[in-house]
Design a protein around this ligand. Structure first.
Ligand SMILES: [Fe+2]
Length: 438
């Protein structure tokens, strides 16, 4: 049993078994809002002000259907020697590699192609960086999903560094990245992680059981070449997992304590785009280029936003969990969103955090596609309702299906971090969330 006390009233609600956790959370939030509306819970409306404006740390963005064909013209801007990472077989199966390779040769680009099948792991990055340090490489290109882009990003950095990537990982190594690197071009073939616009590569070490970031503002890709046509053939489950990751990133960046007003309008537009496109793409409309374009744009913006504003509790739980067991990152984020955000919303009302309430209310309006002119409390409820509806509509599987065990949950509770969430979750609250998604 888990007990929640509303600070203002001392009223206690109990959340019982893991099995009925979602229903209990839903009941709880219904009670909370009923109580709040009935007792004029929100006492004042605050206004946010812009205190700073920073529009640095962006890649050069080339976006649009068909833009992939420009890659052979972009690579020579950096030199004639390229190291190209591609993901598995999909680029070859689609025939795009067979088109690209002769174009590169005609442009007199000498390239080494490396196929990446797995998540970027410390030993693999070290081996590739060591293998190519003495080879002239003018530019690193990564064409693939988040793992491939992070692989390329990490190698582009380690080609210009000494030692192991472990030495430079946040929370692991003792050396600080200098920012030196080989120029890097990111070409996403999925719409999700936003790695094409972020300043970090997420690197795992399965032996040690962690996922950590290699981060420096200079690691933001020099070019993000985003062609939504590359995502047209993505299977349903990849479209869903990547899309939910982008949605979680947008929500967490927009509501972060470090939220950057410079990108607010972009983020809300991206959430509207994701909300309009993700369900139809997953449910049969996968070849619609207009919908794919919206999702690619949303993912790109999620990367821009998270780099500036950071993330929240969903990623603070999904990160360590993903280092401990092979739960797909997007699935973990999508599954965690509703229960984790339910706690966050409860807490920002408990703590009378008006600025955060307004931000979640804005998202509630955007995701629901309606602005009924209600107060923030109703729109926050609308936000949770949409997340709940999506969790059921996408039929996101329980995380135990991907190998999450009680031991993984216990360790995740120790490692979880609320990051830049406007409300921190306690260990007990993380436990309830994990039991709900189990
Ligand atoms: Fe993510």
């Amino acid at each position: 049993m888990f007990r929640v006390i509303i600070a203002q009233t001392g009223q206690t609600f109990r959340i019982f078994s893991p099995v009925s956790g979602v229903q209990e959370l839903r009941n709880f939030i219904t009670k909370l809002f009923f109580f709040a509306v009935g007792h004029d819970f929100v006492i004042k409306i605050g206004m946010e002000s812009i205190n700073s404006l920073n529009i640095g740390s962006l890649p050069g963005i080339i976006f649009g259907a068909g833009k992939f064909s420009e890659l052979p013209k972009i690579i020579p801007l950096y030199g004639q020697h390229a190291l190209i990472f591609i993901g598995g077989e999909s680029l070859k199966k689609s025939g795009r590699w067979n088109t690209l390779a002769p174009q590169l040769e005609r442009a007199q680009i000498k390239y080494h192609a490396v196929s990446v099948w797995e998540e970027p792991a410390t030993d693999a990055i070290d081996a590739i960086a060591l293998g190519f340090r003495k080879t002239p490489i003018d530019v690193v290109v990564a064409i693939g999903g988040g793992s491939v882009m992070d692989f390329g990003k990490a190698v582009s950095a380690m080609l210009a560094a000494e030692g192991s990537v472990k030495d430079y990982l946040e929370g692991v190594g003792i050396r600080k990245p200098t920012g030196a690197k080989v120029p890097f071009i990111a070409v996403p073939t999925t719409a999700g992680t936003g790695s094409e616009a972020t300043n970090n590569a997420v690197v795992c070490d399965r032996k040690e059981g962690y996922k950590k970031s290699l981060r420096h503002k200079a690691y933001t890709p020099d070019i993000a070449l985003v062609d939504p046509e590359l995502t047209l053939s993505l299977p349903r489950h990849i479209t869903m997992a990547c899309g939910l990751d982008a949605v979680a990133q947008l929500i967490e960046a927009y509501t972060s304590t470090q939220a950057d007003p410079a990108v607010d309008a972009l983020v809300l537009k991206a959430l509207a785009d994701a909300s309009e496109s993700l369900l139809p793409l997953v449910h049969g409309n996968s070849h619609n280029i207009a919908l794919r374009t919206k999702m690619s744009s949303a993912a790109l913006v999620s990367g821009i936003a998270l780099t500036r504003s950071g993330l929240g509790v969903v990623h603070g739980i999904a990160g360590p969990l993903g280092g401990l067991c092979p739960v797909p990152h997007g699935i973990a984020c999508g599954k965690l969103l509703f229960p984790a955000m339910t706690f966050v919303i409860k807490k920002i009302f408990d703590e009378k955090n008006i600025a955060a309430q307004k931000r979640f209310a804005e998202i509630g309006k955007v995701l629901a596609g309606t602005d009924p002119g209600h107060d923030d409390i109703s729109n926050c409820k609308q936000f949770l309702d949409v997340l709940d509806r999506w969790t059921r509509a996408f039929k996101i599987p329980p995380l135990s299906r991907f190998g999450m065990t009680a031991q993984h949950m216990e360790k995740t509770m120790d490692l979880a971090d609320s990051k830049n969430s406007p409300a921190a979750l306690s260990r007990e609250e993380v436990k309830v969330v994990l039991e709900v998604v189990r």
